[in-house]
Design a binder for this molecule. Sequence first.
Ligand SMILES: Cc1cc2nc3c(=O)[nH]c(=O)nc-3n(C[C@H](O)[C@H](O)[C@H](O)COP(=O)(O)OP(=O)(O)OC[C@H]3O[C@@H](n4cnc5c(N)ncnc54)[C@H](O)[C@@H]3O)c2cc1C
Length: 405
Amino acid sequence: MQPTYAADAEAYREKVQAFLAEKLPAGWQGTGALEGEAIDRFLTEWRKTLYEANYLAPGWPVEYGGAGLSSLEQVILAEEFARAGVPTGGHNDVFGIQMLGNTIQMWGTEEQKRHYLPRILSGADTWCQGYSEPNAGSDLGNVGLRAELDGDEWVLNGQKIWTSAGHLADHIFTLARTDPEAPKHKGITFLLVPMEQPGIEVRPIKMISGESEFNEVFYTDARCPKDNVLGGVNNGWAVAMSLLGFERGEAAATGPIRYEAEFERLLALAREYGVADDPLIRQRLAWCYSKVRIMRFLGQRTLTKFLAGHHPGPDGAISKLYWSEYHRKVTELAVDILGADALVPTGRPPSSAFQTDDPDAPNSSASWVGTFLNARAGTIYAGSSQIQRNIIGEMILGLPKEPRP
Ligand SMILES: Cc1cc2nc3c(=O)[nH]c(=O)nc-3n(C[C@H](O)[C@H](O)[C@H](O)COP(=O)(O)OP(=O)(O)OC[C@H]3O[C@@H](n4cnc5c(N)ncnc54)[C@H](O)[C@@H]3O)c2cc1C
């Protein structure tokens, strides 16, 4: 199966390739060839370059700072960026642009669009996601953080947890309970809350990898203006769900490219450690290879639907379950190949706590061990594997619903 794109799509691909050739340094080998502070310096500059070219949110209308690209053009852009080993945005853009920005496009008032969208793109505002609470994770409808109106302001009290990048953000989109009497999914409001105020306290959580990428966030009489509601008071559940649909974004196009590159690195690792001929390792490598090939076809199916104008909907659960479960296994194999070296990780660590390391990253033990540890989280965040299976069972296969209390 070798899909082909129409001639005008290929012409656009050449345009993107020319952009990359012009903007990337001579001899560019991908972010994998950079280390330490050089990565952050490059990413900051690269984000600026994309901002100036209107490529940060390529699908947004031009009037809101996007490039107004068609779905096909967006896919080609993402593919070419992944092949060149450069990201399509900065670290925070998954929250600011992909999740919140897209949701504001869908639910925001004209005033909200004009205020927030340019600030997200320019980097003036950085956002994090305040959904999960100690008693509301998979069962998100259980959100208990209270918001009460006091004149022209909402007053918020309660706690969020697992807030990725909460220590770096200055705004948090918050699910809050605004009507405790209403049925649980009907009394929730989606609020846009500034974090630089005395009522908000952020406490970092140390992860198994040793990094502190997520946080607890405490609200004690925290305040936000009455109008900072997205999508209407007590309509937060619908807004929250549409945001989760955007969370998966372009992964269908870029995921297979990154996982294929990761598999090539794994193969090189097996050869380097002299175990590529070991029958048990070969069997596991072959399993990984088959999985990555299937992932490409799965991605193509998702893309075909996307290009035909369909939102992934419950189908997104198949991809989420697939890549996250695969990633646990492939990184376990890497750690088995490393053997005792995995106990003393050395060399360049992964540049991201999410998904694969950079395609051309050195095959260091620190890269694989870091990715192995982070892959444990992949089957939890953005909906755990059990929840994805429930969605697939109930919404795609039409199996009976699980008993609800
Ligand atoms: C790295 C990382 C980053 C995160 N970033 C953010 C963030 O930025 N903002 C944010 O709001 N949240 C974030 N989260 C939280 C994430 O969304 C939750 O961890 C996730 O939804 C699961 O909720 P929980 O941790 O409360 O587990 P629980 O919901 O308590 O689940 C515990 C276990 O029970 C299982 N389970 C629960 N319900 C069912 C059911 N009905 N059927 C079968 N099994 C079930 C789950 O699958 C899981 O194995 C992040 C999590 C991680 C790991």
